[in-house]
Design a protein around this ligand. Sequence first.
Ligand code: BYC
Length: 474
Amino acid sequence: MIDYTEKIPNNVDLGRDRALQRALEHWQPAYMGWWYDMGPNESHNFDVYLRTAISVEPDGWAQFDYVKMPEYRWGIFLQPRDVDRQVNFGTHKGQPAWQEVPGEYRSTLRRVIVTQGDTEPASVEQQRMLGASCPSMYDLRNIFQVNVEEGRHLWAMVYLLHRYFGRDGREEAESLLARRSGDEDNPRILGAFNEPTPDWLAFYMFTFFTDRDGKFQLCALAESGFDPLSRTCRFMLTEEAHHMFVGETGITRIIKRTCEVMKENNVEDPDHVRALGVIDLQTIQRYLNFHYSVTLDLYGSDVSSNAANYFTNGLKGRFRETKLDDDHVLTDAEYPVYEVVEGRVVKKNVPALTALNERLRDDYIDEIKDGVQRWQNVIDKVGVNFKLTLPHKGFHRAIGNFAGHHISVDGEVLTEEAWKKHEYEWLPSPGDNKFVQSLMTGRVVEPGKFANWIAPPIRGINGRAIDFEYVRFN
Ligand code: BYC
């Protein structure tokens, strides 16, 4: 169980290490300062029906109650230790999993943990203004749940930095509160986390596409030979699932509403669809193209010596590493990557060790395809003639082999000029953003009411009714 009588709730026996406890108690007010500044705007006095972890066991996960977000019990929760756990891949395969940081990997591990940690507050910053335009109380509660849990994920990484990386770790923990999403001078580390999330369509796309990068990266880190990182990530993954649920169902409900309105009014032309106050499927497709491509960049370069080193050194594994049927060392294996040669996309086999970013990206794409198919099923079920598609992997990429090339959604290599001609057929135009935002000018917060552009969910949260008062504004 988690001890909530402590100032910092935890299941790591924090009280036994006074110096660490003091250091974290020193960081805590800085974190609260960041939350008051950069957390959900004007929300501090709301009572929100939130879940809080009460135990890390699968059956005792959560408790639901009204909480003011600044009073949320952020804390440190690791999955229980398996004393027999080993390093399961790379050159240290078969050794007992490390309980302390191996000296030679210290800076690499720190960098990975900082990169992971940096995304968490970044996403809260990106989403902080969305409460003012929520489509319902149910959705408002969900975004707040996502936000407090991203805050907890920051705590998870900060615990590792403080506990295992001494003074450097403490400095990194402070920097995590100092960088700001989209800031010109001190931006967040990874590209997608500096993009704005200006409306709810973008928010649901983000939680579907980008939070799922979170899932895959956390799965890879959960395989780490550094056991505390593995145990932290395993618990984080249980929280991540709800975020992807919010994204997937959010888009499902938007598509459903649009298709129903199209059917009822017998309209297909996107201008006519827009005139009925719902989001046309073409715009949804363009948002999809944007979020998918920006998220693909988060996996890093297709061929990466960093990725090879992470794996060889036992720091970051593959998706479901221990379930894979091979030698887990990969010295002789190959893996296909794509590159642009003389105006065409061509396949090339490279050492599998160097292609681990690409492999994780491919695992991710497989899961994305299934999700997009589920959205397609909604369109087909209502009987609207429209096909959602995933753009080519090389489309609109800024990292890796496709960076600097102009690839169409179908994978054709174009000149910059030709690509520009199609840009706003493929990506949201300023006019698209403006239209979407024009639907979201105020918040809908009467219990059980939903904005015109989105269908209600199938059920409420934790068995509550859809018209339950999920947020009390006081
Ligand atoms: N933007 O060898 P390369 C989540 C940098 S999301 C900017 O290709 P590597 C969440 C790279 O850092 C999951 N820079 O990269 C979701 C490197 O820079 P340095 C977050 C980029 O190291 C929603 C250089 O390019 N977790 O949790 O193999 C809400 C050469 O890179 C980008 C992680 O990412 C980019 N997109 O792989 C809330 C896991 N991509 O070091 C939360 C931890 C690459 O040469 N991170 N660069 O200056 C990693 O494992 C790796 O750092 C990466 C990059 C996979 C990101």
